[in-house]
Design a protein around this ligand. Sequence first.
Ligand SMILES: Cc1cc2nc3c(=O)[nH]c(=O)nc-3n(C[C@H](O)[C@H](O)[C@H](O)COP(=O)(O)OP(=O)(O)OC[C@H]3O[C@@H](n4cnc5c(N)ncnc54)[C@H](O)[C@@H]3O)c2cc1C
Length: 672
Amino acid sequence: MSTDIRPQSEPAQTESAQAESAQTEPGQAEPSQTSRVEVSEREARELAEAARDIEYTRPSFAKELYLGKFDLSLIHPHPRGEGDTVSEGEAFISKLEGFCRSLDGPKIERESMIPDEYIKGLGDLGAFGMKIPKKYGGLGLSMVYYGRAMMLIGSVHPSMATLISAHNSIGVPEPVKQFGTEDQKQEYLTRCAGGAVTAFLLTEPDVGSDPARMGSTARLSDDGTEYILDGVKLWTTNGVIAELVVVMATVPKHEGGRGGISAFVVETSSEGVTVENRNVFMGLKGIENGVTRFSGVRIPVENRLGKEGEGLKIALTTLNTGRLSIPAICAAAAKWSLKIAREWSAERVQWGRQVGKHEAVGSKIAFMAATTFALEAVFELSAELSDAGSKDIRIEAALAKLWASEMSYTIVDELIQIRGGRGYETADSMAARGERAVPAEQMLRDMRINRIFEGSTEIMHLLIAREAVDTHLKAAGALADNDATAGAKAKAAVKASGFYASWLPKLVLGKGMIPGAYNEFGPLAKHMRFIERRSRKLARQTFYGMGRWQAKMEYKQAFLGRVVDIGAELFAMAASCTRAEMIRKEDPERGEAAYELAAAFCIQSRLRIEEAFDRLWDNSDNVDRVLTDRVLEGGYTWLEDGVIDASEGTGPWIATWEPGESKVDNVHRSYR
Ligand SMILES: Cc1cc2nc3c(=O)[nH]c(=O)nc-3n(C[C@H](O)[C@H](O)[C@H](O)COP(=O)(O)OP(=O)(O)OC[C@H]3O[C@@H](n4cnc5c(N)ncnc54)[C@H](O)[C@@H]3O)c2cc1C
């Protein structure tokens, strides 16, 4: 992990690519020019580093947790919204529930499309302005109620939640709210609140997890009044019906401007915008996801969000809280799975018992119930912290996204197993045979994407690990820099030993070692003590890793992934315990059940945590690395003999695109 933090002064393009884009007139590209931008590993990392928000001006529970400090006061008593926030949120949820109950989710699956009247209905309810302040015509909902709305909408069909999330969380409203000028807010937030669907366009055929390879360009016109946008964006959720989109594109360095990846609000009705394809996926059949081409699109400079070069920072900051809609959707999937598993397992009898009474199935139900409680706890705690505004929740939101997407997918997979053959059968097929139409296989298909988009699991591991080891990197200085000289490293070692001499002793003793500590949590107190002890252990182990690998630590992704996962489980345990205690205070009867669920979750989670600790040092990482190299070099291709790969010859792995006018019909449509 490099400490070389370079200001994002230049787009991470090679010189040749820059020269090419500077010479080309919009829409009149040289035929030989393609989008491919070659970027070294170092350049990619430096760009990501430059987009990081390096300041923590507010306390962060999760950051402290990774440093061995379990500061319970940051999350307990569990924050709680109050007053109008709650009454208005409840009123909206009740209206929304009535509307959602009137919709036909299976129709969306059958027709692979959300009917326009459903989208209009959501618009009439104000769903496109849920997070927009009232002064711009929005509902001004809190994050908690926004998430609860996502749960309801997603339970009609997950495509509907994706539509709303892609618009509200990452589309035009959030970046404009956070980074827009007053004029931009007046213009765009008002339109969004009124039902204009929007989208967020970062990905390109050659840009997935690595924005440094961005090929889209926005060149400032000679008179300085417009940017001229050329590029192709892939997998644009809502892109097919969006009226406005936020586009990330590289501004070449120019006189008076530093250039770099920048964010623009673009009208899709502009000359030169073409939606070239409506993409189809294994799940989320109803989403309006497209390939959008920009050919010489003229964007007024007033449409740029923030400064030139701030695009990635805007995208990342938007995601800091925007990521919370996925945990809400995941919690909803878990709740639904639990309901189906409970009802089915009581009804289905095999070998003389309800299937739920067979231990092999029962243990899955116990996992589902305890984890559902924790998923809701993680979402609600993160959302309440976000609403309260006094804490930095970027790590919590990232942990919530990472952990919720993985756990909810396991839950749905277990549901399929519990349902047996019916788990694999489609809802329509079961209905045709006269049985209850339970779309478990659809849920598995729909939930799978959560582990990939808005930061894949692997990228979330890196992102959280970067924050988790930030203090070590600062302390280690040149020791953690692959390119530092021996002299600089020696100096850094002296400085680092000063830091560690005062920090390490703090990790030896802690409240978790005191019997009776956290006793306000009754039977959960022992789990709180465990969190405190394991938080210190996690910090110690991270330090050992840093000491052992120093600048090479950034390549130890398996080690770092386990460190992050342990932190995620500790966070989920803490969230579950504080939620159980909050419920007990508000409703003692339900509190007892909440305590049982939290306790069961903690016991299950502790096993995962201990296993991950063991695997920090006892693993197959080294042998796997050698094996991977051999596989990639083609050393074992004989292992693939005996099968047919029908995809061979069907096309390149990654389509290249050339700037210029579209050669296909525009599939963009308007829903209103
Ligand atoms: C249904 C759907 C909707 C989408 N909606 C949008 C949208 O609205 N807007 C938008 O801009 N994009 C959208 N995307 C794109 C999505 O965000 C990307 O798919 C995602 O960022 C991953 O990029 P990629 O698919 O190119 O994978 P790649 O980046 O090619 O990654 C391939 C694999 O390598 C791993 N990997 C990559 N880099 C690293 C690394 N440094 N270390 C370890 N592992 C690594 C990845 O985790 C993954 O497993 C959508 C995608 C889909 C499928």
